[in-house]
Design a protein around this ligand. Structure first.
Ligand code: ZN
Length: 292
């Protein structure tokens, strides 16, 4: 298989990405009582309040750019956090208004959420986001066309390859920056029970990176400041940065930067192109009649 052509003789690309979900999660989980559940709320506020500054400091130290997806409600609550992200030269992307899954909305609602987020980021970050990540990685079949319609240039919610690819939709396209659960902090640290040690997580992540380095892929690592922003895990992130940097031919970049490269005239036609069609099965056993 032909290898993906990365710039300047690089062999693979790495994007450290964060979903700054903040206060939205308690509202998604328990809309009625979120405002009363102080412990639950502070677990998630820890992300933008404590985890995010710690992560930004680490990235500053290593002089690497990150990509931060944020629900617009969190941007409104934490304009200083948005400002610090922009000031640090990082990319900022749309992640819903209240972390709404596209699978739980109708088309009008989904569009309203996109517009609301664009308005909020234009006001607070001073620019409209070009990247989108679907909350809960639940992009719907109609979502890519809506994203194209609203001027988004890339998405990072699908799992269809290990290199960037084009998704044709709505008379245009998105560049897809593929993710996977193996390269996320939620499976290791998100569960209340069965939390893994940073050593176990390091083994899983570094092996996945090593594999993608060998095949010339893009390693999109997805983390959450309320999880990876805790001290033991920020140390893990630092170990990962060092591990990645031991390879000389790695391009550590933001998804905005990787997107810009993929859009270059010489590169774009080399990308694999897919549509949003999901094939219907040729045969499905009819559901059993309910017993009376
Ligand atoms: Zn999220």
């Amino acid at each position: 298989m032909a290898q993906f052509q990365w710039p300047n003789g690089r062999r693979a690309a790495v994007a450290f990405t964060f979903d700054v979900d903040g206060e939205t999660v308690p509202y998604v989980m328990d809309r009625e009582r979120a405002g009363e559940r102080l412990s639950f709320m502070t677990r998630h506020q820890y992300g933008p309040n404590v985890g995010l500054p710690r992560i930004l400091e680490l990235f500053d130290l290593y002089e690497i750019p990150g990509t931060f997806f944020m629900p617009a409600f969190v941007a409104e609550r934490h304009p200083d956090g948005v400002e610090a992200i922009v000031r640090g030269g990082h990319a900022i992307g749309h992640h819903g208004y209240m972390h709404e899954s596209p699978m739980a909305m109708d088309a009008d609602y989904e569009e309203e959420v996109l517009e609301k987020g664009i308005e909020v980021f234009s006001r607070i970050a001073g620019r409209r986001p070009i990247g989108y990540r679907s909350p809960a990685w639940e992009l719907g079949a109609r979502s890519p066309a809506l994203l194209v319609k609203h001027g988004f240039a890339y998405d990072s919610s699908l799992m269809g390859d290990d290199v960037p690819y084009r998704v044709e939709a709505g008379g245009g396209d998105l560049i897809e920056m593929p993710v996977h659960w193996i390269s996320g902090d939620f499976p290791q640290f998100g569960g209340l029970f069965g939390i893994q040690s940073p050593d176990v997580a390091f083994e899983i992540y570094s092996q996945e990176f090593d594999g993608l380095y060998e095949t010339g892929g893009i390693w999109v690592m997805t983390m959450h400041p309320f999880l990876t922003g805790r001290p033991s895990r920020t140390d893990l992130l630092e170990r990962l940065i060092q591990h990645v940097r031991e390879r000389s031919r790695v391009w550590i970049a933001s998804l905005d930067e990787i997107h810009a490269y993929c859009r270059e005239a010489a590169v774009l036609p080399t990308l694999k192109t897919v549509t949003t069609d999901i094939p219907a099965p040729r045969w499905l056993r009819p559901p059993a009649e309910p017993r009376t």
